[in-house]
Write a protein that binds this ligand. Structure first.
Ligand SMILES: NC(=O)c1ccc[n+]([C@@H]2O[C@H](COP(=O)([O-])OP(=O)(O)OC[C@H]3O[C@@H](n4cnc5c(N)ncnc54)[C@H](OP(=O)(O)O)[C@@H]3O)[C@@H](O)[C@H]2O)c1
Length: 259
């Protein structure tokens, strides 16, 4: 597994498990199964309503907390400083942990000054409740503003990113500032996996279209991906993307998918 260096001196496994829409015992078993297969990076959010089940899956895996990279996110209804800190603490309680590896502002919220929300986010890091902090769904412009406000390194922007979903302006800034871009909905929820160029590239490498789509992401410097999968088959498949690479001809072929 590739480890991406973060600006706080820590690192993030380049492939993580997305958990949006995983609920109840299905969530706990997917987390336990994923950890058993070798995943060490789990992505959740207070909005997903599954933090307790994530904690259950982690407990059932028997893995020590220090071996895991756990991300959660604070929702837009908690952007006022007091609400933000309380929401982060509630997440920690549900996740049964004293800290998360990454705490993100889930979405921008123009109704609350960015300075106030970022101040609270930075405070969670200073208090040791978040080892790393970041943002999600922030454009290059908003990320740039955040960098000039935050007094703790912003290490990640989590955004929708996949072969058909262009993020060039954000990637340019993130690359320059050494901020990791974490790609969510990296498989487009299955919407583009039957594209002929993806199937042809998969056949060439003995890989599935999903594996090619994920490889295309993690092969880029400073890019992580968090596909959601529930079945053992998909969980395993998505992890097996570090034993091949896409060559310039593949990248040219795949560029036909990008908008
Ligand atoms: N920050 C944000 O605002 C935000 C927004 C959206 C998502 N996210 C995060 O990103 C994660 C991933 O995004 P997503 O859930 O929207 O979509 P996704 O990961 O692009 O797609 C998930 C879908 O793809 C299927 N799948 C997984 N592996 C596959 C494979 N190898 N072959 C074929 N199909 C496969 C899954 O099926 P099975 O489940 O049946 O295996 C599921 O239906 C979320 O779970 C969440 O953690 C963050």
């Amino acid at each position: 597994m590739i480890q991406l260096p973060l600006l706080n001196g820590r690192s993030m496994p380049a492939l993580g498990l997305g958990t949006w829409d995983l609920r109840g015992s299905a969530c706990a078993s997917a987390v336990k199964r994923a950890l058993g297969l070798g995943y060490r990076h789990i992505d959740t959010a207070e909005m997903y309503g599954n933090e307790e089940e994530i904690a259950r899956g982690i407990a059932q895996s028997g893995l020590p907390r220090r071996d895991l990279f756990l991300t959660t996110k604070v929702w837009t209804s908690h952007h006022r400083a007091k609400d933000f800190i309380a929401a982060a603490e509630a997440s920690l309680k549900r996740l049964k942990t004293d800290y998360v590896d990454l705490l993100l502002i889930h979405w921008p919220n123009s109704a609350v000054p960015l300075e106030e929300t970022l101040g609270a986010l930075c405070q969670t890091a200073k208090d040791g409740k978040a080892l790393g902090i970041g943002v999600s769904n922030f454009s290059a412009e908003l990320l740039g503003q955040s960098l000039s406000i935050a007094d703790v390194p912003v290490v990640c922007d989590q955004v929708p990113y996949s072969l058909p979903e262009n993020q060039d302006p954000l990637l340019a800034l993130a690359g320059k500032e050494k901020i990791v871009v974490c790609a969510y909905t990296p498989l487009g929820r299955g919407s583009f996996l039957s594209h002929p160029e993806l199937m042809e590239t998969g056949r060439k490498h003995g890989k599935t279209p999903a594996q090619v789509a994920l490889r295309w992401l993690v092969q880029q410097e400073g890019v992580a991906a968090i596909p959601k999968a529930a079945s053992e088959k998909h969980l395993k498949e998505n992890l097996e993307i570090f034993d091949f690479s896409l060559d310039p001809a593949d990248l040219k072929r795949l560029s036909r998918l990008s908008g």
